[in-house]
Design a protein around this ligand. Structure first.
Ligand SMILES: *Cc1c(COP(=O)(O)O)cnc(C)c1O
Length: 374
């Protein structure tokens, strides 16, 4: 079988980014590999990150954590989105660290630990101002519960998450940090002092040393992308190497005349006699249908999308002098160093963020790993 599109993941770029983030932050790294490692492939990226010196793995779902264990990864793994009713016994058996954002989940975990006769490892998650995960209204009640003991539950960590770390200097960051200290003090007062405090995502890892604590949870920057190009600069200025290149095959090339409509809804017409290329990827594969001013890189230049993106294909204007033929590969996006579009370009062309561009590439697109940068 021959691929019509593929994600090429540069594992050396991942290693470079891990090393860079470790060196610049001077803090142990938790490699955040949720969502199939932001679309780059869970296990290969986790292995590359650990080999490059990361010390923890962080995921959202329990399934992700268990997949890492089944792949033989022995590092501590934190899973922070394990809903009530999950197989907590299995999680504890597999030595997965679990985030606890509520009394209900704490009690379920405790029951599971007691049932199997093995201590659970938990990280208490507190809401310091993001107003999403973590303890808020139940905090005092939880403190009271804990002050009466926490049989079968080992409290390993204490953590929270920033809402606006990608806007360094924003007052909410300082407020969240202050609240983090206050809530940590609350725990200390009842005699609980977890070893591992963590608060920073990529943006705070890069921009706010006061929030590093014992481990930083780096996701997007490990993949070589900036948490916010506008506020923090692009990959290159941050010393990061984008790890993902998306390539696709030209399925068909044809000559067309000026002034003819292209695609569903006839939203665009050819401006001149030209050659169009049909690219074998579409919105079902994660190409944003809303993208404007994006396209592909071929023959050393950019060929813009013309007409609407379809489910499995889209059309680009190759130019009248194009020598591309069916079966040639084009770069949809890459690091951006050689003139190709970057994930940042596709994000701004689609009014979204680079996170969404890389995570949305669908499972029909195989991931290919390369170990050396050219
Ligand atoms: C996704 C996530 C991260 C990583 O965020 P980046 O901005 O990609 O570095 C860190 N912590 C938590 C709780 C997350 O959900």
């Amino acid at each position: 079988m021959t691929n019509r599109a593929e994600v090429v993941v540069d594992l050396e770029a991942i290693a470079h980014n891990v090393a860079t983030l470790r060196k610049n932050s001077g803090t142990p790294l938790m490699a955040v590999v949720k969502a199939d490692a932001y679309g780059h492939g869970l296990v290969p990226v986790a292995l590359a990150a650990m080999n490059a010196g990361a010390q923890w793995l962080g995921v959202a779902l329990l399934e992700e954590a268990l997949t890492l264990r089944e792949a033989g990864m022995s590092a501590p793994i934190l899973s922070w989105l394990v809903p009530p009713g999950s197989d907590f016994q299995r999680a504890i058996q597999a030595d997965i660290d679990l985030a606890v954002p509520s009394i209900g989940i704490f009690k379920e975990i405790q029951r599971a630990a007691t049932a199997i006769g093995k201590s659970a490892r938990i990280h208490i998650e507190v809401d310091t101002g993001m107003t999403r995960g973590g303890f808020l209204d139940e905090w005092d009640q939880f403190l009271e519960l804990l002050s009466n003991g926490h049989k079968d539950v080992e409290i390993i960590g204490f953590f929270s998450h920033f809402a606006r770390a990608d806007e360094p200097g924003e007052i909410q960051n300082a407020q969240q940090l202050k609240r983090f200290f206050e809530m940590s003090d609350d725990l200390n007062r009842i005699g609980i002092e977890p070893n591992v405090h963590h608060l920073s995502n990529s943006a705070a890892t890069i921009a706010d040393a006061s929030a590093h604590f014992d481990v930083v949870r780096t996701g997007i920057a490990m993949y070589g992308l900036s948490p916010d190009v506008g506020n923090m600069g692009n990959s290159q200025s941050l010393g990061l190497k984008p790890a993902m290149t998306l390539r696709a095959k030209i399925h068909l090339v044809k000559k067309v005349m000026a002034g003819i409509p292209v695609g569903y809804g006839a939203t665009q017409k050819t401006k001149a006699d030209t050659r169009i290329g049909v690219i074998a990827m579409g919105y079902a594969d994660g190409i944003p249908r809303v993208a404007h001013n994006a396209g592909v890189f071929v023959e050393g230049r950019r060929a813009p999308i013309i007409g609407r993106v379809s489910m499995d294909q889209f059309v680009v204007d190759l130019g009248a002098d194009s020598v591309s033929v069916a079966g040639d590969w084009v770069t949809v996006f890459g690091p951006g160093e050689n003139g190709e579009y970057s994930a940042d370009d596709w994000a701004s062309a689609s009014s979204t963020i680079n996170y969404e561009i890389v995570t949305r590439i669908g499972p029909r697109v195989p991931r290919i790993y390369k170990l050396t940068t050219k």
